[in-house]
Design a protein around this ligand. Structure first.
Ligand SMILES: NC(=O)c1ccc[n+]([C@@H]2O[C@H](COP(=O)([O-])OP(=O)(O)OC[C@H]3O[C@@H](n4cnc5c(N)ncnc54)[C@H](OP(=O)(O)O)[C@@H]3O)[C@@H](O)[C@H]2O)c1
Length: 338
């Protein structure tokens, strides 16, 4: 069993913790808690052991009557791998703590590539992380772009990628951020950071991205244009996408008219928290004009990186092939390859 701890129990940490509990080869030793909140009572009710982030948190939780198992330092003594779900840019400070405890670490996309030197999307570069001390699972947008571009690259081939990202304003439980009535250029300059981030995984891919935020919590939506290396039909591009794991094709005529419908599909399927782990491509949007493939790509920001975190844990632990790990992860999360 790989003993796993989760440090930072927010949007990503909560999901990764539940996903770890579904793996036959992993044990969730515990999660850290920073500030008293109902999510920790729920976690406790599920039998998830809680550890305070530090002594100040321990005191605050003790006052509220929680029974905590110790602090982060105690948790680190009991695990092989820690998944860092802390707010972005905490990575450098946390990395020092994990290294001192001799624990391997999975970081998230809010950190810089340089933090670990290995940025990870399972189906693209699982082997690069194999046996390493730490790895960074790239952001939700980068994960969606990498899976989709890699899929088409393995079919007709991709010589160049261009993407315009309509980004969700914030996550559903976040009442502090917006916009609620504007489209915000994010950034106002071109390119956005997403293209260079894709290149940390798909080395040498020629890609330019631009991004803006829209008032929704339901997923990001990318307009993706791929220049094809070889002449190809729409059917060939669709077939390449169909063959790729963790990419799902949806159709407007089946009712998928919006990102809200994709979330509703996950709800109807009984997915935990309505999570959509797959990069979602609208089949009817796939169009080839003058050697360029156009498509709409949906990314559920809260969920798409969850399977990558599970595979990253196995990659660091060592002893698994990409196929073994992805199969176990997908079966546990109900990700079917159609
Ligand atoms: N949200 C997304 O859509 C998304 C998608 C992909 C990747 N990511 C990346 O995932 C990472 C986490 O993002 P998130 O959205 O999950 O954040 P989040 O919801 O704000 O959760 C952060 C968690 O970290 C805890 N925390 C606060 N200070 C901490 C510290 N110093 N050390 C450890 N934990 C601490 C917080 O605890 P309390 O709640 O108790 O204060 C909270 O549970 C970031 O790198 C982000 O860029 C986010």
């Amino acid at each position: 069993m790989i003993r796993v701890g989760v440090n930072g129990y927010g949007t990503i940490g909560r999901r990764v913790a539940d996903a770890v509990r579904k793996q036959k080869d992993m044990e969730l030793v515990g999660v850290t808690a920073a500030h008293p909140h109902y999510k920790y009572s729920v976690a406790s009710g599920k039998g998830i052991p809680l550890y305070a982030l530090d002594m100040k948190s321990l005191e605050a939780f003790n006052k509220e009557g929680y029974a905590l198992r110790g602090t982060l330092n105690d948790l680190l003594q009991r695990v092989d791998v820690v998944v860092d779900g802390a707010p972005e840019d905490s990575g450098a400070a946390n990395r020092a703590v994990y290294s001192q405890a001799g624990v391997k670490a999975v970081f998230q996309g809010g950190e810089e590539h340089e933090l670990t030197g290995t940025s990870f999307v399972a189906q693209c570069n699982f082997e690069e992380a194999s046996g390493k001390r730490s790895v960074r699972v790239v952001s939700c947008n980068t994960t969606g772009l990498c899976r989709t571009i890699h899929a088409v690259d393995r079919g007709p081939g991709v010589s160049r990628a261009r993407a315009v990202l309509a980004r969700r304003a914030t996550d559903p439980d976040d009442v502090k951020r917006g916009p609620i009535d504007a489209v915000v250029l994010d950034p106002t300059t071109v390119p956005s950071h997403h293209g260079p981030d894709v290149q940390t995984v798909l080395r040498g891919m020629e890609i330019v991205t631009m991004a803006f935020k829209v008032p929704t919590t339901h997923m990001h939506l990318h307009s993706l244009i791929l220049s094809l290396k070889a002449p190809a039909t729409k059917e060939a591009v669709v077939s390449a996408l169909q063959k790729a794991p963790r990419v799902t094709l949806v159709d407007g005529k089946a009712g998928f008219k919006s990102t809200a419908n994709v979330m509703d599909w996950a709800r109807e399927r009984g997915r935990d928290r309505n999570d959509v782990y797959e990069a979602t491509v609208w089949r009817d949007s796939v169009t080839v004009v003058d050697g360029e493939a156009y498509m709409f790509l949906g990314v559920h920001q809260e969920a798409i990186v969850v399977p990558e975190n599970i595979d990253a844990i196995r990659a660091l632990a060592g002893g698994y092939t990409r196929e073994e790990s992805m199969k176990a992860t997908d079966e546990s999360l109900g990700i079917t390859h159609v």
